[in-house]
Unconditional design. Structure first.
Length: 522
Protein backbone atom coordinates (compact mmCIF):
# COMPACT_ATOMS: atom_id res chain seq x y z
CA UNK A 1 0.00 0.00 0.00
CA UNK A 2 1.27 3.44 -0.88
CA UNK A 3 1.38 5.69 2.17
CA UNK A 4 1.13 9.45 2.12
CA UNK A 5 3.99 11.47 3.63
CA UNK A 6 3.46 12.81 7.11
CA UNK A 7 1.64 16.11 6.83
CA UNK A 8 0.51 16.77 10.38
CA UNK A 9 -2.82 15.01 9.83
CA UNK A 10 -4.19 12.72 12.48
CA UNK A 11 -5.23 9.81 10.25
CA UNK A 12 -4.40 8.21 6.93
CA UNK A 13 -7.64 9.52 5.45
CA UNK A 14 -6.95 13.07 6.57
CA UNK A 15 -3.41 12.83 5.21
CA UNK A 16 -4.76 11.60 1.87
CA UNK A 17 -7.34 14.39 1.78
CA UNK A 18 -4.62 16.91 2.64
CA UNK A 19 -2.44 15.64 -0.22
CA UNK A 20 -5.35 15.88 -2.65
CA UNK A 21 -6.17 19.40 -1.46
CA UNK A 22 -2.55 20.50 -1.88
CA UNK A 23 -2.33 19.03 -5.38
CA UNK A 24 -5.55 20.82 -6.26
CA UNK A 25 -4.04 24.12 -5.16
CA UNK A 26 -0.84 23.41 -7.09
CA UNK A 27 -2.60 22.70 -10.37
CA UNK A 28 -4.94 25.65 -9.89
CA UNK A 29 -2.01 28.00 -9.32
CA UNK A 30 -0.06 26.72 -12.30
CA UNK A 31 -3.11 26.82 -14.57
CA UNK A 32 -3.57 30.52 -13.95
CA UNK A 33 0.18 31.18 -14.20
CA UNK A 34 0.37 29.53 -17.62
CA UNK A 35 -2.89 31.18 -18.71
CA UNK A 36 -1.51 34.60 -17.76
CA UNK A 37 1.72 33.83 -19.66
CA UNK A 38 -0.28 32.90 -22.74
CA UNK A 39 -2.25 36.14 -22.48
CA UNK A 40 0.94 38.17 -22.09
CA UNK A 41 2.57 36.58 -25.14
CA UNK A 42 -0.55 37.15 -27.24
CA UNK A 43 -0.55 40.85 -26.30
CA UNK A 44 3.21 41.16 -26.82
CA UNK A 45 3.17 39.65 -30.29
CA UNK A 46 0.17 41.78 -31.23
CA UNK A 47 2.03 44.97 -30.26
CA UNK A 48 5.47 43.83 -31.51
CA UNK A 49 4.90 41.41 -34.42
CA UNK A 50 8.62 41.23 -35.17
CA UNK A 51 9.13 39.30 -31.93
CA UNK A 52 6.69 36.57 -32.95
CA UNK A 53 8.38 33.17 -33.58
CA UNK A 54 7.87 31.71 -37.03
CA UNK A 55 6.03 28.68 -35.58
CA UNK A 56 4.08 30.74 -33.07
CA UNK A 57 0.70 29.27 -33.99
CA UNK A 58 1.99 25.81 -33.05
CA UNK A 59 3.35 27.21 -29.77
CA UNK A 60 -0.10 28.57 -28.94
CA UNK A 61 -1.75 25.29 -29.90
CA UNK A 62 0.63 23.41 -27.58
CA UNK A 63 -0.11 25.92 -24.81
CA UNK A 64 -3.87 25.58 -25.31
CA UNK A 65 -3.71 21.77 -25.25
CA UNK A 66 -1.61 21.89 -22.11
CA UNK A 67 -4.03 24.27 -20.39
CA UNK A 68 -7.05 22.14 -21.27
CA UNK A 69 -5.23 19.08 -19.99
CA UNK A 70 -4.27 20.87 -16.77
CA UNK A 71 -7.81 22.15 -16.21
CA UNK A 72 -9.25 18.67 -16.80
CA UNK A 73 -7.06 17.10 -14.13
CA UNK A 74 -7.75 19.98 -11.76
CA UNK A 75 -11.51 20.36 -12.16
CA UNK A 76 -12.65 16.87 -13.20
CA UNK A 77 -10.39 14.65 -11.09
CA UNK A 78 -8.99 16.50 -8.08
CA UNK A 79 -12.05 18.62 -7.32
CA UNK A 80 -14.84 16.13 -8.02
CA UNK A 81 -13.44 12.75 -7.08
CA UNK A 82 -11.87 11.11 -4.04
CA UNK A 83 -8.58 9.68 -5.27
CA UNK A 84 -6.30 7.14 -3.68
CA UNK A 85 -2.81 8.03 -2.50
CA UNK A 86 -1.26 6.02 -5.35
CA UNK A 87 -3.38 7.90 -7.89
CA UNK A 88 -2.45 11.23 -6.34
CA UNK A 89 1.23 10.36 -6.50
CA UNK A 90 0.81 9.36 -10.14
CA UNK A 91 -0.92 12.68 -10.93
CA UNK A 92 1.85 14.55 -9.15
CA UNK A 93 4.52 12.87 -11.28
CA UNK A 94 2.37 13.21 -14.40
CA UNK A 95 2.02 16.95 -13.77
CA UNK A 96 5.77 17.50 -13.40
CA UNK A 97 6.75 15.36 -16.37
CA UNK A 98 3.91 16.70 -18.50
CA UNK A 99 4.76 20.29 -17.65
CA UNK A 100 8.38 19.71 -18.59
CA UNK A 101 7.32 18.09 -21.88
CA UNK A 102 5.01 20.93 -22.90
CA UNK A 103 7.55 23.59 -21.89
CA UNK A 104 10.32 21.82 -23.79
CA UNK A 105 8.06 21.56 -26.86
CA UNK A 106 7.28 25.27 -26.67
CA UNK A 107 10.99 26.06 -26.49
CA UNK A 108 11.76 23.89 -29.53
CA UNK A 109 8.93 25.46 -31.54
CA UNK A 110 10.42 28.87 -30.71
CA UNK A 111 13.77 27.80 -32.15
CA UNK A 112 14.30 31.16 -33.85
CA UNK A 113 13.99 33.17 -30.62
CA UNK A 114 16.78 32.81 -28.06
CA UNK A 115 14.82 34.39 -25.09
CA UNK A 116 12.04 31.81 -25.51
CA UNK A 117 14.33 28.97 -24.41
CA UNK A 118 15.28 30.68 -21.16
CA UNK A 119 11.72 31.89 -20.52
CA UNK A 120 10.51 28.29 -20.80
CA UNK A 121 13.24 27.13 -18.44
CA UNK A 122 12.30 29.87 -15.99
CA UNK A 123 8.64 28.81 -15.95
CA UNK A 124 9.63 25.21 -15.41
CA UNK A 125 11.60 26.33 -12.35
CA UNK A 126 8.49 28.18 -11.16
CA UNK A 127 6.51 24.96 -11.48
CA UNK A 128 8.89 22.73 -9.52
CA UNK A 129 9.59 25.30 -6.80
CA UNK A 130 5.90 26.05 -6.26
CA UNK A 131 5.25 22.33 -6.07
CA UNK A 132 7.95 22.01 -3.37
CA UNK A 133 6.20 24.72 -1.34
CA UNK A 134 2.64 23.44 -1.72
CA UNK A 135 2.68 19.64 -2.05
CA UNK A 136 3.83 17.53 0.94
CA UNK A 137 6.72 15.37 -0.19
CA UNK A 138 10.05 14.10 1.06
CA UNK A 139 13.20 15.65 -0.38
CA UNK A 140 14.18 12.35 -1.99
CA UNK A 141 10.90 11.93 -3.82
CA UNK A 142 10.96 15.53 -5.01
CA UNK A 143 14.50 15.08 -6.33
CA UNK A 144 13.56 11.87 -8.18
CA UNK A 145 10.32 13.14 -9.71
CA UNK A 146 11.65 16.55 -10.73
CA UNK A 147 14.84 14.94 -12.00
CA UNK A 148 12.82 12.66 -14.27
CA UNK A 149 10.72 15.64 -15.27
CA UNK A 150 13.85 17.52 -16.33
CA UNK A 151 14.66 14.91 -19.00
CA UNK A 152 12.29 16.32 -21.67
CA UNK A 153 13.69 19.77 -20.96
CA UNK A 154 17.26 18.52 -21.38
CA UNK A 155 16.27 16.92 -24.71
CA UNK A 156 14.81 20.25 -25.81
CA UNK A 157 18.09 21.98 -24.91
CA UNK A 158 20.03 19.55 -27.14
CA UNK A 159 17.61 20.11 -30.03
CA UNK A 160 17.86 23.86 -29.64
CA UNK A 161 21.65 23.72 -29.57
CA UNK A 162 21.74 21.68 -32.79
CA UNK A 163 19.07 23.56 -34.77
CA UNK A 164 19.01 27.05 -33.30
CA UNK A 165 18.43 29.85 -35.85
CA UNK A 166 18.93 32.82 -33.58
CA UNK A 167 20.01 35.99 -35.37
CA UNK A 168 23.33 37.24 -33.99
CA UNK A 169 23.90 41.01 -34.20
CA UNK A 170 27.09 42.18 -35.93
CA UNK A 171 30.05 42.24 -33.58
CA UNK A 172 28.55 39.67 -31.18
CA UNK A 173 29.75 36.09 -30.80
CA UNK A 174 27.08 33.45 -30.24
CA UNK A 175 27.35 31.06 -27.27
CA UNK A 176 28.89 27.77 -28.42
CA UNK A 177 26.37 24.93 -28.32
CA UNK A 178 28.21 22.96 -25.56
CA UNK A 179 28.11 26.03 -23.34
CA UNK A 180 24.44 26.57 -24.13
CA UNK A 181 23.56 22.97 -23.25
CA UNK A 182 25.66 22.95 -20.09
CA UNK A 183 24.24 26.30 -18.96
CA UNK A 184 20.73 25.08 -19.61
CA UNK A 185 21.44 21.88 -17.67
CA UNK A 186 23.12 23.76 -14.83
CA UNK A 187 20.03 25.90 -14.24
CA UNK A 188 17.80 22.83 -14.39
CA UNK A 189 19.97 20.94 -11.89
CA UNK A 190 20.00 23.89 -9.50
CA UNK A 191 16.20 24.07 -9.80
CA UNK A 192 15.90 20.35 -8.94
CA UNK A 193 18.24 20.69 -5.95
CA UNK A 194 16.43 23.77 -4.65
CA UNK A 195 13.05 22.05 -4.99
CA UNK A 196 14.36 18.94 -3.17
CA UNK A 197 15.88 21.06 -0.38
CA UNK A 198 12.66 23.04 -0.05
CA UNK A 199 10.57 19.86 0.18
CA UNK A 200 12.93 18.37 2.75
CA UNK A 201 12.83 21.49 4.96
CA UNK A 202 9.07 21.98 4.72
CA UNK A 203 8.45 18.26 5.19
CA UNK A 204 10.61 18.34 8.31
CA UNK A 205 8.79 21.39 9.63
CA UNK A 206 5.47 19.63 9.14
CA UNK A 207 6.75 16.71 11.20
CA UNK A 208 7.96 19.05 13.94
CA UNK A 209 4.63 20.86 14.03
CA UNK A 210 2.78 17.54 14.15
CA UNK A 211 5.03 16.33 16.97
CA UNK A 212 4.35 19.56 18.85
CA UNK A 213 0.64 18.89 18.43
CA UNK A 214 0.88 15.47 20.03
CA UNK A 215 -0.78 15.37 23.45
CA UNK A 216 -0.59 11.98 25.09
CA UNK A 217 -2.47 9.54 22.88
CA UNK A 218 -4.14 12.35 20.93
CA UNK A 219 -3.06 14.17 17.81
CA UNK A 220 -4.39 17.68 17.43
CA UNK A 221 -6.15 18.72 14.25
CA UNK A 222 -7.63 22.05 13.30
CA UNK A 223 -8.78 24.58 15.87
CA UNK A 224 -12.57 24.63 16.12
CA UNK A 225 -13.08 27.11 18.93
CA UNK A 226 -11.37 29.53 21.27
CA UNK A 227 -12.26 31.07 24.60
CA UNK A 228 -10.84 33.36 27.22
CA UNK A 229 -8.45 30.81 28.72
CA UNK A 230 -7.58 28.50 25.87
CA UNK A 231 -8.57 26.86 22.60
CA UNK A 232 -10.48 23.80 21.41
CA UNK A 233 -9.10 21.49 18.73
CA UNK A 234 -10.57 18.56 16.88
CA UNK A 235 -8.29 15.63 17.63
CA UNK A 236 -8.01 11.88 17.12
CA UNK A 237 -6.85 9.11 19.40
CA UNK A 238 -3.80 7.43 17.89
CA UNK A 239 -5.16 3.91 18.26
CA UNK A 240 -8.94 4.28 18.29
CA UNK A 241 -9.16 6.98 15.58
CA UNK A 242 -12.05 8.38 17.60
CA UNK A 243 -12.87 12.05 16.93
CA UNK A 244 -12.39 13.99 20.13
CA UNK A 245 -12.51 17.58 21.27
CA UNK A 246 -9.31 18.64 23.02
CA UNK A 247 -9.42 21.77 25.15
CA UNK A 248 -6.12 23.44 25.99
CA UNK A 249 -5.67 25.80 28.90
CA UNK A 250 -2.73 28.16 28.63
CA UNK A 251 -0.75 28.88 31.82
CA UNK A 252 -0.25 32.53 30.91
CA UNK A 253 -4.03 33.02 30.88
CA UNK A 254 -5.13 31.30 34.09
CA UNK A 255 -1.95 30.99 36.16
CA UNK A 256 -0.08 27.84 37.04
CA UNK A 257 -1.53 27.61 40.54
CA UNK A 258 -5.05 27.60 39.13
CA UNK A 259 -4.10 24.88 36.65
CA UNK A 260 -3.41 22.56 39.58
CA UNK A 261 -6.87 23.24 41.00
CA UNK A 262 -8.33 22.85 37.54
CA UNK A 263 -6.68 19.45 37.17
CA UNK A 264 -8.25 18.27 40.44
CA UNK A 265 -11.67 19.36 39.19
CA UNK A 266 -11.27 17.50 35.91
CA UNK A 267 -10.41 14.35 37.82
CA UNK A 268 -13.80 14.58 39.50
CA UNK A 269 -15.50 15.57 36.28
CA UNK A 270 -14.13 12.52 34.47
CA UNK A 271 -16.12 10.36 36.89
CA UNK A 272 -19.47 11.86 35.88
CA UNK A 273 -21.51 9.28 34.00
CA UNK A 274 -24.91 10.90 33.48
CA UNK A 275 -26.03 10.50 29.84
CA UNK A 276 -26.70 14.23 29.61
CA UNK A 277 -23.16 15.13 30.68
CA UNK A 278 -20.52 15.34 27.99
CA UNK A 279 -17.99 12.54 28.59
CA UNK A 280 -14.40 13.29 29.57
CA UNK A 281 -12.03 10.68 28.20
CA UNK A 282 -8.62 11.83 29.34
CA UNK A 283 -6.60 14.72 30.72
CA UNK A 284 -2.98 15.65 31.27
CA UNK A 285 -0.25 18.22 30.76
CA UNK A 286 1.85 18.90 27.69
CA UNK A 287 5.66 19.14 27.97
CA UNK A 288 5.45 22.95 27.87
CA UNK A 289 2.98 23.12 30.74
CA UNK A 290 -0.36 23.38 28.96
CA UNK A 291 -3.16 21.48 30.67
CA UNK A 292 -5.53 19.65 28.34
CA UNK A 293 -8.47 17.36 28.54
CA UNK A 294 -10.15 15.21 25.93
CA UNK A 295 -13.91 15.31 25.72
CA UNK A 296 -16.72 13.81 23.71
CA UNK A 297 -17.02 15.40 20.26
CA UNK A 298 -20.65 16.25 19.58
CA UNK A 299 -20.59 16.56 15.82
CA UNK A 300 -23.92 17.04 14.12
CA UNK A 301 -25.55 18.92 16.99
CA UNK A 302 -26.31 22.53 17.79
CA UNK A 303 -25.90 24.52 20.99
CA UNK A 304 -28.96 26.25 22.41
CA UNK A 305 -27.57 29.70 21.68
CA UNK A 306 -27.42 28.91 17.97
CA UNK A 307 -30.70 27.01 18.13
CA UNK A 308 -32.58 30.14 19.19
CA UNK A 309 -30.54 32.38 16.92
CA UNK A 310 -31.30 30.28 13.85
CA UNK A 311 -34.77 28.91 14.69
CA UNK A 312 -36.27 31.38 17.14
CA UNK A 313 -38.06 30.75 20.43
CA UNK A 314 -38.71 27.09 21.13
CA UNK A 315 -41.94 25.18 21.88
CA UNK A 316 -42.73 24.96 25.58
CA UNK A 317 -42.67 21.15 25.63
CA UNK A 318 -39.27 21.09 23.99
CA UNK A 319 -38.00 23.58 26.56
CA UNK A 320 -39.43 21.43 29.37
CA UNK A 321 -37.70 18.30 28.08
CA UNK A 322 -34.36 20.08 27.65
CA UNK A 323 -34.47 21.54 31.16
CA UNK A 324 -35.30 18.12 32.67
CA UNK A 325 -32.21 16.66 31.02
CA UNK A 326 -30.03 19.55 32.19
CA UNK A 327 -31.31 19.07 35.73
CA UNK A 328 -30.39 15.39 35.57
CA UNK A 329 -26.80 16.22 34.62
CA UNK A 330 -26.63 18.87 37.33
CA UNK A 331 -28.01 16.54 39.99
CA UNK A 332 -25.17 14.05 39.60
CA UNK A 333 -22.60 16.85 39.69
CA UNK A 334 -24.12 18.50 42.73
CA UNK A 335 -24.22 15.16 44.54
CA UNK A 336 -20.46 14.94 43.97
CA UNK A 337 -19.88 18.47 45.20
CA UNK A 338 -19.33 19.99 41.75
CA UNK A 339 -20.94 23.27 40.79
CA UNK A 340 -21.01 24.20 37.14
CA UNK A 341 -21.07 28.00 37.51
CA UNK A 342 -21.44 28.63 33.79
CA UNK A 343 -24.74 27.09 32.72
CA UNK A 344 -25.76 28.99 29.59
CA UNK A 345 -27.24 28.15 26.18
CA UNK A 346 -23.82 27.90 24.55
CA UNK A 347 -22.82 25.27 27.11
CA UNK A 348 -25.76 22.98 26.32
CA UNK A 349 -25.55 21.03 23.07
CA UNK A 350 -28.66 19.51 21.52
CA UNK A 351 -27.95 16.46 19.40
CA UNK A 352 -29.11 13.03 18.30
CA UNK A 353 -27.72 10.00 20.11
CA UNK A 354 -28.52 6.39 19.36
CA UNK A 355 -31.45 7.38 17.17
CA UNK A 356 -32.98 9.52 19.94
CA UNK A 357 -33.72 13.15 19.04
CA UNK A 358 -33.26 16.19 21.30
CA UNK A 359 -30.61 14.72 23.57
CA UNK A 360 -29.15 17.57 25.64
CA UNK A 361 -25.47 17.46 26.60
CA UNK A 362 -24.12 19.78 29.29
CA UNK A 363 -20.47 20.69 28.77
CA UNK A 364 -17.73 22.33 30.87
CA UNK A 365 -18.86 20.71 34.13
CA UNK A 366 -17.08 21.98 37.20
CA UNK A 367 -14.34 23.63 35.20
CA UNK A 368 -14.57 27.02 36.90
CA UNK A 369 -15.42 25.99 40.47
CA UNK A 370 -12.24 27.21 42.11
CA UNK A 371 -10.96 29.62 39.50
CA UNK A 372 -12.18 32.72 41.36
CA UNK A 373 -10.48 34.93 43.88
CA UNK A 374 -11.20 38.04 45.92
CA UNK A 375 -9.31 41.15 44.93
CA UNK A 376 -9.75 43.72 47.68
CA UNK A 377 -13.04 45.52 47.19
CA UNK A 378 -13.34 44.03 43.72
CA UNK A 379 -14.45 40.51 42.95
CA UNK A 380 -13.30 38.15 40.23
CA UNK A 381 -16.41 36.74 38.58
CA UNK A 382 -16.17 33.90 36.10
CA UNK A 383 -19.17 33.22 33.95
CA UNK A 384 -21.52 34.83 31.48
CA UNK A 385 -23.25 37.98 32.76
CA UNK A 386 -26.65 37.12 31.24
CA UNK A 387 -26.82 33.90 33.30
CA UNK A 388 -25.16 34.86 36.60
CA UNK A 389 -27.06 34.40 39.84
CA UNK A 390 -27.16 37.47 42.12
CA UNK A 391 -24.95 35.80 44.75
CA UNK A 392 -22.38 34.93 42.07
CA UNK A 393 -22.02 38.68 41.54
CA UNK A 394 -22.18 39.95 45.13
CA UNK A 395 -20.55 37.05 46.98
CA UNK A 396 -18.77 34.64 44.62
CA UNK A 397 -17.31 32.67 47.52
CA UNK A 398 -20.82 31.67 48.66
CA UNK A 399 -21.96 30.23 45.35
CA UNK A 400 -23.66 26.86 45.64
CA UNK A 401 -25.94 24.58 43.62
CA UNK A 402 -28.71 27.21 43.71
CA UNK A 403 -26.60 29.39 41.38
CA UNK A 404 -26.79 26.67 38.74
CA UNK A 405 -30.59 26.52 39.17
CA UNK A 406 -30.79 30.27 38.60
CA UNK A 407 -28.88 29.79 35.37
CA UNK A 408 -31.23 26.93 34.37
CA UNK A 409 -34.14 29.33 34.82
CA UNK A 410 -32.36 31.94 32.70
CA UNK A 411 -31.75 29.33 29.99
CA UNK A 412 -35.43 28.33 30.07
CA UNK A 413 -36.40 32.00 29.81
CA UNK A 414 -34.12 32.44 26.79
CA UNK A 415 -35.44 29.33 25.04
CA UNK A 416 -39.06 30.29 25.68
CA UNK A 417 -38.86 33.97 24.72
CA UNK A 418 -35.88 34.24 22.42
CA UNK A 419 -34.17 36.85 24.61
CA UNK A 420 -32.17 37.00 27.82
CA UNK A 421 -33.75 37.75 31.20
CA UNK A 422 -31.88 41.05 31.41
CA UNK A 423 -30.23 43.05 28.65
CA UNK A 424 -27.96 46.06 28.94
CA UNK A 425 -25.38 48.11 27.14
CA UNK A 426 -22.54 46.71 29.25
CA UNK A 427 -21.82 43.61 31.31
CA UNK A 428 -22.02 45.71 34.45
CA UNK A 429 -25.54 46.86 33.54
CA UNK A 430 -26.66 43.26 33.19
CA UNK A 431 -25.01 42.20 36.45
CA UNK A 432 -26.62 45.06 38.36
CA UNK A 433 -30.05 44.08 37.03
CA UNK A 434 -29.56 40.50 38.20
CA UNK A 435 -28.91 41.82 41.70
CA UNK A 436 -31.52 44.58 41.91
CA UNK A 437 -34.26 44.21 39.30
CA UNK A 438 -37.18 41.78 39.21
CA UNK A 439 -37.41 39.88 35.91
CA UNK A 440 -40.43 40.35 33.65
CA UNK A 441 -42.44 37.10 33.50
CA UNK A 442 -42.11 35.35 30.13
CA UNK A 443 -44.97 36.06 27.76
CA UNK A 444 -46.67 33.35 25.70
CA UNK A 445 -45.42 30.53 27.92
CA UNK A 446 -47.72 28.05 29.73
CA UNK A 447 -48.37 29.27 33.26
CA UNK A 448 -46.92 26.21 34.99
CA UNK A 449 -43.65 26.39 33.05
CA UNK A 450 -43.43 30.19 33.43
CA UNK A 451 -43.96 29.84 37.19
CA UNK A 452 -41.07 27.39 37.54
CA UNK A 453 -38.81 29.58 35.43
CA UNK A 454 -39.61 32.59 37.62
CA UNK A 455 -39.03 30.53 40.78
CA UNK A 456 -35.55 29.63 39.51
CA UNK A 457 -34.92 33.36 38.94
CA UNK A 458 -35.66 34.30 42.54
CA UNK A 459 -33.06 36.68 44.01
CA UNK A 460 -32.56 34.61 47.16
CA UNK A 461 -31.17 31.07 46.79
CA UNK A 462 -33.57 29.78 49.45
CA UNK A 463 -36.57 30.81 47.33
CA UNK A 464 -35.50 28.70 44.37
CA UNK A 465 -36.25 24.96 43.98
CA UNK A 466 -34.59 22.94 46.74
CA UNK A 467 -32.37 21.02 44.30
CA UNK A 468 -31.91 20.15 40.67
CA UNK A 469 -33.77 16.88 41.31
CA UNK A 470 -36.68 18.80 42.81
CA UNK A 471 -36.76 21.11 39.81
CA UNK A 472 -36.76 18.10 37.45
CA UNK A 473 -39.64 16.55 39.38
CA UNK A 474 -41.60 19.81 39.18
CA UNK A 475 -40.99 20.00 35.43
CA UNK A 476 -42.18 16.42 34.98
CA UNK A 477 -45.28 17.18 37.05
CA UNK A 478 -46.34 19.77 34.47
CA UNK A 479 -46.96 16.91 32.09
CA UNK A 480 -46.46 16.83 28.31
CA UNK A 481 -47.47 20.00 26.51
CA UNK A 482 -49.20 19.81 23.16
CA UNK A 483 -46.78 21.91 21.08
CA UNK A 484 -44.00 19.32 20.75
CA UNK A 485 -43.62 15.53 20.72
CA UNK A 486 -41.17 12.87 19.59
CA UNK A 487 -42.62 12.73 16.06
CA UNK A 488 -42.04 16.46 15.63
CA UNK A 489 -38.57 16.15 17.08
CA UNK A 490 -37.69 13.35 14.63
CA UNK A 491 -39.01 15.41 11.73
CA UNK A 492 -37.06 18.47 12.90
CA UNK A 493 -33.78 16.55 13.04
CA UNK A 494 -34.46 14.96 9.67
CA UNK A 495 -34.57 18.43 8.11
CA UNK A 496 -31.78 19.90 10.22
CA UNK A 497 -28.51 20.65 8.44
CA UNK A 498 -25.90 21.02 11.16
CA UNK A 499 -22.73 23.01 10.93
CA UNK A 500 -19.74 21.75 12.86
CA UNK A 501 -20.34 21.91 16.61
CA UNK A 502 -17.48 22.09 19.04
CA UNK A 503 -17.78 19.36 21.63
CA UNK A 504 -17.16 21.86 24.37
CA UNK A 505 -18.11 25.46 24.12
CA UNK A 506 -15.86 28.41 24.63
CA UNK A 507 -14.40 28.87 28.06
CA UNK A 508 -15.95 31.34 30.45
CA UNK A 509 -14.80 34.91 30.47
CA UNK A 510 -13.60 36.59 33.65
CA UNK A 511 -14.80 40.00 34.75
CA UNK A 512 -13.45 42.04 37.63
CA UNK A 513 -16.36 44.11 38.89
CA UNK A 514 -16.39 46.78 41.56
CA UNK A 515 -20.07 46.79 42.53
CA UNK A 516 -19.74 50.03 44.45
CA UNK A 517 -18.45 52.02 41.49
CA UNK A 518 -20.06 49.76 38.86
CA UNK A 519 -16.93 49.55 36.76
CA UNK A 520 -15.70 46.60 34.81
CA UNK A 521 -12.29 45.53 33.58
CA UNK A 522 -11.60 42.60 31.27
Amino acid sequence: MVRVPWSGSSSEEEARANLQARLTVQLKVMFWCFASLLGFLAALYEIHPALRPALNRYVFVAFAVGLVHLASIWRLLLVRRTLSVATLYALDAYFLIGTSTFIGLAAVLSVDRRPAAYACLLYWCFAILSRALIVPSTGTRTAVVTGIGAVPLAAAAVVLAARAQWPVPPGYVDVPWPAFVLGFAQIAVVGVLLAAAGSRIIYGLRRQVAAAQQLGQYTLGRKIGEGGMGAVHLAHHLMLRRPTAIKLLLPDRVGRENLERFEREVKHMSQLTHPNTVAVFDYGRSPDGMFYYAMEYLGGGIDLQQLVKQHGRQPAERVRQILIQVCGALHEAHERGLIHRDIKPANIILCERGGLPDVAKVVDFGLVKELTADAGSSQMILGTPAYLAPEAITEPSSVGPAADLYAVGAVGYFLSTGRAVFEGKTSVDVCVQHVTKAPVPPVGVPVALATLIMQCLAKLPAERPASSAALADALRAIGPLADWDEARAVAWWASFRPSEVVATSELSTALTIDMARREVAP
